[in-house]
Design a protein around this ligand. Sequence first.
Ligand SMILES: C[S@@+](CC[C@H](N)C(=O)[O-])C[C@H]1O[C@@H](n2cnc3c(N)ncnc32)[C@H](O)[C@@H]1O
Length: 397
Amino acid sequence: MDKDNDYSGPLDSPSSTTSSSSYFSSEDSEIFLDEVTPFDSISQCGNEREDTTNDGELPVPVFEDHGYAIPVLTASSVSSRSEISSLSNDSMFASAVGLKDPVSGLNFVKRCDNIDGLAHFKLTLNADRKLEEQQAREAFVPLPDDMVKDPEPARNDYGGKCGSTASKASTEGRSDSGYGTSTGPDLAVEEQRNKDDHDHDHDHDHDGPPSSPDMPEQFSNKYFEVRKSELAGYGAFARLDLTYGQKILVEPELFHADSVSLYDEFDMLSDGSKKAFKRMAAHCPTSGFDEVTSIFRTNSFNVGGGQAGIFLVAARFNHACANRNNVSYKFNDDKNGKRRITFETTKHIPAGTELTITYGSCPEELYSQWGFVCMCGGCKPLSDEDVARLASGINWN
Ligand SMILES: C[S@@+](CC[C@H](N)C(=O)[O-])C[C@H]1O[C@@H](n2cnc3c(N)ncnc32)[C@H](O)[C@@H]1O
């Protein structure tokens, strides 16, 4: 794609998908199966999938990579994934954590060890739609259609090292790690509910639904808060210990646009939304880009089809390179056809840690495409010579 005509922001997207819901209906929230099973009782079943609920019994998950079906003999409920991580034998399975059945959305750890001739299994079944919906509700951010506050702009208050000129868009999408099912709430209903709650409750105690992002740069929900970052400007920080696979943010897009439609879309925003947009970061703007374009380039996510979307809270997440970032994202359409972005943790994350996503593959790309020098600490920083060399070969406009 012609980069000169590409308005996709730095936050490139995986392909847009709407994932299916879990295929079983157990009332158990998450089901932990810690079974000691003789090897010969493992049924071999090729790579076929079992997609029934076995007449009300627990489903038999199929490991696609090995084709095993795990006999489900006993199960005990746990209420959260953090309980799973606190189990004494968790370390035994640590290397296998992260496997997930892509169809059912089951999180599982397959056969992990062989003790006295017995195979040990531990499975986490993401079985409860109510729990998933509750988590999605807690992570949900309503649109700022009723913004009343007008704080002094804090944008461009950057601690980060500035590149030479404005950020540049990219067409290169990041790969989608994918992450199972999303049985999110009816967002129209949730949006109204959250808005109503927000109207009556500004205390941010997070026992209830999340606050409205009337000030995205101060947003917080149960899982994270946006605040000043030593990395650059604002960032998002874990408010509690987060486990792998935790859904932390579900946010509808404010708008999406391309180079042709950007100003029409911007003009259609409410005054409050325009103000929120204009308080966003614009890294190293130059005379070559006006304010709206510069902010759009700095903060938009590539949502495919030559379009880039603005998500006010999601845009506050800074970048970290491969070994450092701890959150992945994907896009879904809700029942009303409105795109939303969902962020999910990819690691266990201690409280207080900055939450980061990936914008690109390496510091050179980050600088060449978007004009900032990565300070994530997980990569080899660009030297002044590197920056000079890269800058000399870049036509930012
Ligand atoms: C989408 S914004 C991220 C949120 C931003 N820090 C804020 O205050 O709203 C992207 C900008 O954040 C800064 N940034 C993000 N990750 C960074 C990193 N690893 N190192 C340096 N600057 C970073 C860059 O200036 C980039 O243009």
